[in-house]
Design a protein around this ligand. Structure first.
Ligand code: ZN
Length: 311
């Protein structure tokens, strides 16, 4: 994949002296120190393909005095190994935790790499059941989408530590606050808050540029936005889009999209417009504001229609 330079990063946070680190192997895999001891990889705003090695989600890691926590493992074992190399280019400290922000393949397909490196895998209390239900489908479907070669080494590895509601992880003088959310992007969304630098890893509860995708509950997502916005972060690593971004300003785009989507669908449902027709027109006013709008909007609208019909 193409190297993503610093030019595309740094929304609203121009002051930090950037340190760019390139992993040694294969295609360039650039990780940036976005705050002291907090590193992020910026995924491509694309669908997962063999060419991009599944590297479409933003990933990260936090280095404490004693240990490292990695946030999401990437969309292939190839990407997972590049992330591991990027950690090793920064520190030899043990990787004590791999935190999965949710079940989607672009965030978990590199899990086996970090399990093999000795990390405990941490996830939302609902993640095991979600992987049980979806895992074999993901393995089949992405064999078709990214090819057998890129699926090599990919395993569905469930979490070994669960977050019921909140959990604090200590990396040595550095606390990470983990929080399990009610159904929104999925039913297993987890956020990671670095208290030292007040950086929030939001997983796919925050999308920037890339259209939000809905695999949980639109109403649940909308309902939890004020609480999410209330988190005392100064910057956020979204699941997709520029890193880092300003907090809570990063929520504005998706909030506007959700309101458009829900508003249009409620009108259609009230007027008796059938699903197949309603999903073609819902939120079309938002089309110019997002990448991958045509790829995901109808699917979002279909899921949301079913939910709103029962309001
Ligand atoms: Zn996702």
């Amino acid at each position: 994949m193409a190297s993503l330079g610093c030019a595309g990063l740094g929304v609203g946070l121009g002051l930090w002296p950037w340190r760019q680190l390139l992993a040694r192997a294969g295609a360039a895999f650039a990780v940036h120190e976005i705050a002291e001891g907090v590193f992020a990889f910026r995924g491509a705003d694309e669908m997962m393909t063999a060419a991009n090695e599944g590297a479409i989600a933003n990933l990260g890691f936090v280095v404490g005095a004693d240990a490292v926590a990695v946030v999401d493992s990437g969309g292939s074992a190839v990407e997972g190994r590049k992330l591991l190399d990027a950690v090793r280019a920064v520190t030899r400290k043990p990787i004590r935790y791999l935190i999965n922000t949710h079940m989607h393949p672009d965030h978990i397909f590199g899990n086996a790499v970090f399990r093999d490196a000795g990390a405990a895998i941490v996830g939302h209390r609902n993640l095991p059941a979600a992987l049980e239900a979806r895992g074999s489908f993901y393995l089949r479907r992405f064999r078709e989408q990214i090819g057998a070669a890129m699926m090599e080494g990919v395993e569905i590895v469930p979490p070994s530590m669960l977050v019921d509601d909140r959990l604090e992880l200590d990396l040595g003088g550095r606390l990470l606050g983990l929080r399990a959310w009610a159904a929104a992007h999925t039913d297993n969304d987890l956020t990671v808050f670095d208290r030292n630098m007040r950086t929030l890893f939001a997983g796919d509860l925050v999308f920037l540029g890339h259209l939000p995708t809905l695999d949980g509950s639109l109403l649940g997502w909308m309902r939890q936005l004020p609480e999410l916005a209330g988190m005392e972060a100064t910057s956020v690593v979204a699941g997709h889009g520029p890193v880092p971004a300003e907090w809570p300003g990063a929520l504005k785009g998706e909030q506007r999209y959700f309101e458009a989507l829900a508003g249009d669908l409620r009108k259609a449902i009230a007027a008796g417009v059938p699903l197949a027709e309603a999903v073609r027109t819902a939120a079309q006013a938002e089309r110019g504001n997002w990448d991958l709008f045509d790829e995901y909007n109808e699917r979002n609208a279909t899921a949301a229609y079913a939910e709103l019909e029962w309001e």
